[in-house]
Design a protein around this ligand. Structure first.
Ligand code: PEP
Ligand code: MN
Length: 347
């Protein structure tokens, strides 16, 4: 269950609620939103009804809401407003502005990354992506530049002002990736790497959690719950396509998931039509569809020369095609009452 604290409650009154819950043997998770503070009650004991009744009687408790879902803290139940994840440079994901995260699948070198970063920024992207630690299906494929790649990403951020998102695959790498990145990406293959989820739940950076290749929506939200319950409330979901019977596209981009997870959770949602389709010529139409479905942003792979890319060239946009995508998505964002976030880009 969750306890919604009245807007005018003092910090001491909120603490009194926390103490009461702990005294009855439960864990707590406090989310301080702009509108209200919500205290999540964690644990299963026989005295839950007694606790609920006692808390409901407190004058500074607005209401006590039982959560029927298996995931509790990320659930929309309980009257959570849309969550906004704020990056350290002030960029907000989940508000009215729509963000485009763009860059190569993999950091392949300094020149290509800087060139790509400058181009995507000029076109209106507000975050830079690029893998340094790459999950590769084949052990013979490129595994990424590792720490050298992180250094190049940080340099590109310094040059362009774009915050950087990059994947972390190993719990042991979290402190290193945290030193260079602005958002930690958990890749599809690691969505249920519970030790990794626990590790990033302790990180001070926001986490973007990609949906697993064959994960149900409930499994995906439970994975998000691991991060949230561990103390990191800055969680962004990313729908990147799931595996179905259809081999004509790399994955099947599940756009049903977008309005559904918006209904089920308060977390922002990004759509990745690059991995979702695996074909560059489907990326723009599905980016438009993703925004129309209510996504808070897009993740797009862009490469200076996709035919020579070390990874995912077939789904990567050239610079010109990325510029066209940016022009093509704007009217869709506006049609659904959003605006492009470019004007707020970091400096
Ligand atoms: C990526 O973003 O490059 C990536 C590997 O994505 P996913 O984990 O969705 O396959
Ligand atoms: Mn990729």
């Amino acid at each position: 269950m969750i306890v919604v604290i009245r807007r005018d409650a003092t910090p001491d009154q909120t603490q009194a609620v926390v103490d009461k819950i702990k005294a009855m043997g439960y864990g707590v998770n406090v989310s301080k939103g702009e509108e209200r503070t919500i205290v999540g009650v964690i644990g299963v004991h026989d005295n839950k009804d007694v606790l609920a009744a006692q808390l409901s009687g407190l004058p500074f408790v607005e209401r006590v809401v039982p959560i029927s879902k298996s995931y509790k803290l990320v659930a929309r139940e309980g009257g959570h407003a849309d969550g906004v994840v704020r990056l350290r440079n002030g960029v907000e994901i989940g508000g009215i502005a729509v963000h485009v995260i763009a860059g190569p699948c993999t950091v392949e070198g300094r020149a290509m990354l800087l060139e790509t970063a400058k181009h995507v920024k000029a076109c209106g992207a507000t975050l830079l992506r690029g893998g340094a630690y790459k999950p590769s299906t084949s052990p013979y494929s490129f595994q990424g530049m590792g720490k050298d790649g992180l250094e190049i990403l940080a340099e590109a951020r310094d040059v362009t002002g774009l915050p950087v998102i990059t994947e972390v695959m190993d719990p042991r790498d979290v402190p290193t990736v945290e030193r260079f990145a602005d958002v930690l990406q958990i890749g599809a293959r690691n969505m249920q790497n519970f030790n990794l989820l626990k590790e990033v739940s302790k990180a001070r950076l926001p986490v973007m959690l990609k949906r697993g290749l064959s994960a149900t929506i409930e499994e995906w939200l439970l994975a998000a719950e691991y991060i949230y319950a561990g103390g990191n409330h800055n969680v962004i979901l990313c729908e990147r396509g799931i595996r179905t019977f259809e081999p004509a596209t790399r994955n099947t981009l599940d756009l049903n998931a977008v309005p559904l997870v918006k209904e089920l959770t308060h977390l922002p949602v990004i759509v990745d039509p690059s991995h979702g389709t695996g074909r560059w010529n489907l990326v723009t139409p599905m980016a438009r569809a993703g925004l129309a479905a209510g996504a808070d942003g897009l993740m797009i792979e862009v490469h200076p020369n996709p035919s020579e890319a070390l990874k995912d060239g077939f789904e990567s946009l050239t610079f010109d095609r990325f510029a066209s995508l940016m022009a093509a998505i704007r009217p869709i964002a506006e049609a659904v009452g959003r605006r492009m976030a470019a004007a707020e880009a970091a400096v």
